[in-house]
Design a protein around this ligand. Structure first.
Ligand code: ADP
Ligand code: MG
Length: 352
């Protein structure tokens, strides 16, 4: 997938989208409008229920524009408003930014703090050194001395002072990268826009960052969750009303170098790709929160996912570890349906 400069092999994404589509439109009732847009490289599935075709097309165009605008504003390595901000942060001086960018920064800061900064959108320098701010990361991994120098400066959003529409950083190592929350944020913006246009039943799926409102006709929306160890569906779940589901996986973007695989979710404490987790799925009422939390829980791993989920206000989550064991809270366990045979090994956690 792409958009918020998170790319993954297109073939895999198409495969996932096809599988999701199979699940979501198995009954093709008439008033379902579906469109897949490529918003500057991002595969976004839009499904609208009960909207006349012309109005549906216009709504899809409107949210395509939202995705494109957000994408160009926040791009981490092509010249964008974000790259301009990053160039100014190193000076330590205050500078003005597009006021539309403030809400995402404020949101990201709160989520970063709640996650003990395991979700840390201030580690842009580290991500750049790993090559994950580029179209095709391929290694080699950075020099260990470079990694330890970067992490010893502890850049976090706590260092970024927001005063009105002015920003300044008290730590010159701060470089922003919203790759772990931007896609979810864009989905929230799209859903708010659809609502404004009078749409009451919709699903927006930006390469696995999904939010639904209302219902798919007389039934809930049905979502497939990818098996992190294969190309099929691990589980399915029904969502309705207003819910988001996001999966972050270490298979989404990676490179192989000298016989080792390095994926794109970096543990800010070590400076290296997070260990021990294949994927995390989080449900929340908004997609930005679910997106940030899914990344944080990949970093937190089997030992800390439950504590960090609680701290971030997450009530439903599932982590799949390196061995394929599913660690899941009781509420999500009750509503999810595993589709593989045999079913995976499940470790039920205390309630979140
Ligand atoms: P995906 O849905 O592709 O699995 P995520 O939402 O987990 O993606 O975001 C991964 C992206 O976020 C990376 O490509 C990188 O740009 C950025 N990132 C990596 N590690 C972190 C981290 N610990 N905190 C915040 N952002 C991160
Ligand atoms: Mg994320």
């Amino acid at each position: 997938m792409y958009a918020f400069p998170r790319y993954s092999p297109l073939a895999t994404s198409y495969c996932l989208i096809l599988l999701l589509a199979t699940l979501s439109c198995s009954k093709q009732e008439a008033p379902l409008y579906q469109e897949q847009i490529l918003a500057l490289g991002a595969l976004v599935d839009i499904s609208l229920w009960g909207v006349k075709p012309e109005a549906a097309r216009q709504a899809a165009d409107a949210i395509t524009a939202d995705f494109n605008r957000i994408h160009t504003t926040w791009h981490a390595w092509k010249p964008s408003e974000l790259t301009r901000i990053n160039a100014q942060l190193v000076t330590g001086h205050a500078f003005s930014v597009n006021p539309e960018m403030i809400p995402l920064l404020v949101r990201a800061h709160a989520l970063s703090q709640a996650s003990d900064h395991l979700f840390n959108p201030a580690i842009g320098q580290l991500l750049a050194r790993w090559g994950f701010q580029g179209d095709e990361p391929k290694g080699p991994p950075p020099d260990p001395a470079v990694i330890s120098a970067l992490i010893s400066q502890h850049p976090t959003l706590d260092d970024v002072v927001i005063e009105g529409d002015h920003l300044r950083s008290t730590n010159r190592a701060v470089q922003l990268d919203v790759g772990a929350i931007g896609q979810g944020y864009a989905v929230d913006v799209a859903i708010a826009h659809l609502r404004k246009l009078g749409v009451e039943n919709a699903m927006v799926n930006a390469s696995g960052d999904i939010r639904v409102i209302g219902r798919h006709g007389n039934r809930p929306w049905r979502i497939g969750i990818r098996d992190p160890r294969g190309s099929g569906i691990l589980a399915s779940i029904e969502l309705q009303g207003d819910e988001s589901i996001v999966t972050s996986g270490t298979y989404e973007r990676y490179f192989d170098y000298a016989g080792k695989r390095y994926h794109h979710i970096i543990d800010p404490r070590t400076g290296y790709p997070a260990q021990g987790t294949l994927s995390v799925t989080v449900l929340a009422s908004d997609t930005a929160t679910a997106d940030a939390a899914s990344t944080a829980l990949v970093v937190a791993g089997t030992k800390d996912w439950h504590r960090i989920a609680r701290a971030m206000g997450i009530k439903q989550a599932m982590l799949i570890d390196d061995h394929g064991t599913v660690h899941i809270d009781p509420v999500l366990a009750k509503r999810i349906r595993f589709e593989t045979t045999p079913a995976p090994k499940i470790e039920l956690s205390p309630p979140l």
